[in-house]
Design a protein around this ligand. Structure first.
Ligand code: NAD
Length: 504
């Protein structure tokens, strides 16, 4: 069977007898209550390629009720060891169909197939890691005063509402589904409106496991409708959101009305510090990866390069050559290194920022245009701005495209000050041959993750998340379970007694 046929096969459950893909709620497939659909486009061609049910408030309400009965009922009673088995089996099913899933993902979000294959590997590892976590979530016994036995229990939060972005759809799905299920919760997941297809393919795989109905619900739909309905629903106990800072802020306000638990993974404008004592070749190659992988559509993108003045020219000469060598093209081509932007709108946003950078007085070294390809796809060339000032909007605002800004620094203190001069705090990197400096700078950067002599490495074992306007809470690592469980303290008194001050 070819990959294409395999991919079609994965969509058969969602498609049923119709043409549009259906949503998955309460253990079954359904059209949206009002029949609404949305079109998903192939960014490599600019053409819509599939229609998907678009959930509205009625669908969300039905899914929340189903999730509540799963969480309070059959799924809530499943032992941690059996939840571990479920997670492992989901990982194995995804593993079995990884090529087909990667193909669907690349077609739907325009990311180069080489990259989505690597993401699929990360997705499988995520399920495997959280299978192990299930039985490791445990409370403590506490030496409280008096003859009492006191212990803590981690209990499920209940119903998790997960809202994800379009840049790495299956990775984002795994980062929410894994801890939710590991903690014994039921979940509604709303993928981004541009990229719902791979999540529905996974729903087709999940169906084979015959989980209690309502345990996992996949509800594509518009953010302002389906996403807002999840955030507002009183039956949702926790919001797990990854997306832009502006939507994160709105959701924080909405979630506050019903005091939902929240975790936010938001935008970034990550500094990448290159000191003169770094391995230059390595720093150039992996800094290019840091900004241009995912066609720049990464929350961790190395969009602010800070280079020690003495090596800036040498660094830039190599970085420009590297940028110009990147092969841009259809995401499904094996030799493509950089795929398309997600939408015409995103492409226009990038173009606006590049025009603004020129207007602000930055020097465009390379890129700054659509590539010469015989295609209507939403492609953009790797773009580098030099002579950037920290006050320029291209240096302060998240562009979410293959555009980086370069500034010189004079010494370590200057580098740190410039790096921290941002409202964001997701990640940062330092390139140096001096181990003491590496640790000093890592400690001084005000962000949730620092890479030393590397960029964009991650693992399900390692907590991920931001400082400042990049959000709060953490994903991954065993630490994430604090956000997917509630802590209960239990006091067991060992004798009948009243406090002395009361008894007397
Ligand atoms: P976005 O905020 O526009 O959308 C994210 C999700 O929120 C989508 O599912 C969307 O439908 C939904 N949404 C939009 N408006 C909503 C509303 N009013 N109520 C409820 N839901 C709503 O973000 P995007 O453009 O899809 O993704 C790009 C952003 O995501 C960037 O800012 C990027 O930095 C960020 N991101 C962060 C991380 C991280 O881990 N920190 C990872 C990936 C992407």
């Amino acid at each position: 069977m070819t990959s294409a046929l395999l991919a079609d096969h994965l969509l058969a459950p969602a498609r049923g007898d119709g043409t549009a893909l259906r949503l998955f709620a309460d253990g079954g497939w359904a059209e949206a209550a009002d029949g609404a659909t949305l079109a998903s486009a192939n960014p490599s061609t600019g053409e819509p390629w599939i229609a998907v049910a678009a959930a509205g408030p009625a669908d969300i309400d039905r899914a929340v009720r189903a999730a509540r009965s799963a969480a309070d009922g059959a799924w809530g009673r499943v032992h941690a060891a059996d939840r571990a088995r479920v997670l492992w089996r989901i990982g194995a099913l995804i593993d079995e169909h990884r090529d087909a899933l990667a193909q669907l993902e690349s077609r739907d979000n325009g990311k180069a197939i080489r990259e989505t294959r690597a993401e699929l590997d990360a997705v499988v590892r995520c399920f495997e890691f959280f299978a192990g976590v299930c039985q490791g979530v445990r409370g403590a016994t506490l030496p409280a005063t008096g003859p009492a036995f006191v212990y803590t229990r981690h209990e499920p939060v209940g119903v998790v509402g997960a809202i994800t972005p379009w840049n790495s759809p299956l990775v984002m799905l795994a980062w929410k589904l894994c801890p939710a299920l590991a903690g014994g919760n039921a979940i509604l997941l709303k993928p981004a409106e541009y990229t719902s297809v791979s999540a529905l393919a996974v729903a087709g795989l999940l169906e084979r496991l015959e989980l209690p109905p309502g345990t996992v619900n996949i509800l594509p739909g518009a953010g302002v409708r389906a996403g807002a309905a999840i955030a507002e629903h009183p039956g949702v106990d926790k919001i797990a959101f990854t997306g832009s800072t502006s939507v994160g802020r709105q959701l924080a306000a909405t979630a506050a009305k019903t005091l939902k638990l929240v975790t936010f993974e938001l935008g970034g404008k990550s500094p990448n510090l290159i000191f003169a004592d770094a391995d230059l070749e390595d720093a150039v190659n992996r800094s290019a990866f840091g900004i241009f992988s995912a066609a720049g559509q990464s929350c961790q993108a190395a969009s602010r390069m800070l280079v020690e003045r003495s090596i800036k020219d040498a660094f830039l000469e190599r970085l420009v050559a590297k940028a110009e060598s990147i092969r841009i093209g259809d995401a499904l081509r094996e030799d493509t290194q950089m795929g398309a932007q997600i939408s015409a709108r995103q492409l226009e946003t990038i173009e606006r920022y590049v025009a603004l950078g020129v207007e602000e007085g930055a020097r465009l070294l390379t890129g700054g245009r659509r590539p010469d390809l015989d295609s209507e796809g939403w492609f953009y060339t790797p773009t580098i701005f030099d002579e950037v000032d920290g006050s320029m909007r291209i240096c302060r605002e998240e562009i979410f495209g293959p555009v980086t800004t370069v500034m010189a620094f004079d010494d370590e203190a200057d580098a740190i000050a410039k790096a921290n001069d941002t409202e964001y705090g997701l990640s940062g990197a330092v390139w140096t041959g001096d181990v003491k400096r590496a640790h000093r700078v890592a400690a001084a950067l005000r962000c949730g993750m620092v890479w030393v002599n590397t960029y964009r490495t991650w693992s399900p074992l390692v907590p991920f998340g931001g400082y400042k306007m990049s959000g709060y809470g953490r994903e991954n690592g065993i630490e994430v379970m604090e956000h997917y469980t509630r802590l209960k303290s239990v006091w067991v008194d060992m004798q009948k007694r009243l406090p002395d001050w009361y008894a007397g």
